[in-house]
Design a protein around this ligand. Structure first.
Ligand code: MRU
Length: 350
C-alpha cells in the first residue's frame, strides 16, 4: 500500500513552472514560491529554501529548465552552450551535496544526445529527463524505506540528525523513509530528532514533518545525545548523506561525525540512508570532499537575535565527513550495503 504523508512538496513542476516550498519559514509558515528565473533558483538553493541532497538534484534539473527557457529562440549550437553555462552556474550554488552536480551533469549529457533537434524540441526532451530524475527520486525513497524498515523494531528509540525526510527528497526521505515505512507497518517506536545547529533543520523540519505524519517524535538539543545514549534510550541511529566517497566515508550535516563517534562508544548501530545519486566514486575518501563553509551570522545569531559578539571569529562548516569505520551499513534503494564498502559500493554500479 502506498504511504501518503499529506505534507507539502518541497519541489514541484506544474504546467512548465517550478515551485519550491520555502523551508526557511517552517514550521511557522507553509509558503510555496514560484521560481521566476535562474537567479532566483540559485538564491533559493544558496539560502536553503530548498535543501537536502536528493531534493537539490531534482531542484537543479528543473532549475536548469527555468534557466534555458528564455533562450529557446537560439540556434541549437548556441542553445547547447547556454545549457552548459546555466548548469555550471547552478552547480556553483552549493558544493557538498553531490546530487546537485550529478543531476545537472545528467541534464547536460542528455542535451548532447539531442543533435538534429531544434531548440524547443531539445527543451521538451530535457523536461522529460528532469521528470525522470524526479520519478527516480520518488522510487528510490520508497525502496530505501522498504529495505530499511526492518531495522526499526517495536519499542526502539531511533536518533536522527538534520532533516533527511520528505522535505529533503521527493517523497518519504532517506533516513526517515525506514521510519515512515515501519510506522505504516504498525510498529511503535520513538524518534529522537537532534535540533541541528546552526540552522535547526532537525527542530524546524524533522520534528515538524514527523509530527505532522503522526510519528512519535522527541526533539533534543545536539549536546544531549550522549546522555540519552547513556540512559539506553537510543537503539539505532539513521542519518542521510550529502556525498558518499568511494571508500564509504560520508559527508552529512555538521554534527553527524560526533553522533557516529558516540554511537560507536555506546555500541549502537549507525546507518546511513541514501540513493545511488549520492554515491560519488570519483571522490576517493572523506578528506577529498569539499565541505561548504557558510556565513558567520548563522552562528552569531539565533534567529533574529544576536547571540555572539559581532567581531568574534567563527568557523561554520555546513557538513562533516564521517569515517566509514563508524558506519554499520548503507540503506540504499538496492538493499543494505555492508562492509567492505569500497568493494560493495562499487558493485552497486556494476
Ligand atoms: O544543509 P542542508 O539542510 O541541505 O543539509 C542536509 C543534510 O545534511 C541531509 O542530511 C542530507 O542532505 C540528506 S537529505 C536526504
Amino acid at each position: 500500500m502506498e504511504i501518503q504523508l499529506n505534507l507539502p512538496l518541497s519541489v514541484d513542476w506544474k504546467e512548465g513552472e517550478l515551485f519550491f516550498l520555502d523551508q526557511t519559514l517552517l514550521p511557522n509558515e507553509e509558503k510555496i514560491e514560484r521560481q521566476e528565473d535562474v537567479k532566483q533558483v540559485w538564491d533559493s538553493i544558496k539560502k536553503l529554501k530548498v535543501r537536502g541532497a536528493p531534493a537539490l538534484g531534482v531542484a537543479g534539473a528543473y532549475g536548469l529548465l527555468v534557466g534555458i527557457k528564455p533562450h529557446l529562440g537560439l540556434e541549437p549550437a548556441a542553445f547547447l552552450g547556454k545549457i552548459e553555462a546555466v548548469a555550471q552556474y547552478l552547480d556553483s550554488s552549493r558544493p557538498t551535496a553531490v546530487n546537485l552536480g550529478w543531476a545537472l551533469r545528467r541534464m547536460v549529457a542528455k542535451s548532447k544526445t539531442l543533435g538534429g533537434l531544434d531548440s524547443p524540441s531539445m527543451y521538451q526532451a530535457l523536461v522529460r529527463e528532469a521528470q525522470e530524475i524526479h520519478q527516480e527520486d520518488i522510487a528510490c525513497s520508497v525502496a530505501i524505506g522498504q529495505h530499511g524498515a526492518s531495522l526499526v523494531q517495536e519499542g526502539m528509540g531511533v536518533l536522527t540528525h538534520c532533516n533527511a525526510g520528505h522535505l529533503a527528497v521527493s517523497k518519504l526521505g532517506t533516513a526517515l523513509a525506514p521510519m515512515y515505512t515501519a510506522h505504516s507497518q504498525g510498529r511503535k517506536f520513538r524518534v529522537y530528532a537532534d535540533e541541528t545547529r546552526p540552522l535547526l533543520q532537525g527542530a524546524r523540519l524533522t520534528a515538524w514533518e514527523l509530527g505532522r505524519a503522526g510519528l512519535d517524535v522527541t526533539l533534543i538539543c545536539d549536546n544531549m545525545a550522549a546522555y540519552l545514549m547513556s540512559l539506553g534510550k537510543i537503539n539505532l541511529v539513521i542519518v542521510g548523506a550529502d556525498r558518499i566517497a568511494a571508500n564509504g566515508d560520508t559527508a552529512n550535516k555538521i554534527g553527524t561525525y560526533g553522533v557516529a563517534i558516540l554511537a560507536k562508544y555506546f555500541n549502537i548501530p549507525f546507518y546511513v540512508a541514501a540513493p545511488y545519486s549520492t554515491i560519488d566514486l570519483k571522490t576517493p575518501t572523506g578528506k577529498d570532499i569539499h565541505i561548504e563553509e557558510r556565513d558567520k551570522e548563522e552562528v552569531t545569531f539565533f534567529g533574529e537575535k544576536r547571540t555572539g559578539p559581532k567581531e568574534v571569529k567563527v568557523f561554520n562548516p555546513a557538513f562533516d565527513p564521517t569515517e566509514h569505520s563508524l558506519i554499520h551499513g548503507f540503506i540504499t534503494e538496492k538493499g543494505l550495503i555492508k562492509p567492505p564498502f569500497a568493494q560493495n559500493l562499487k558493485a552497486l554500479f556494476g
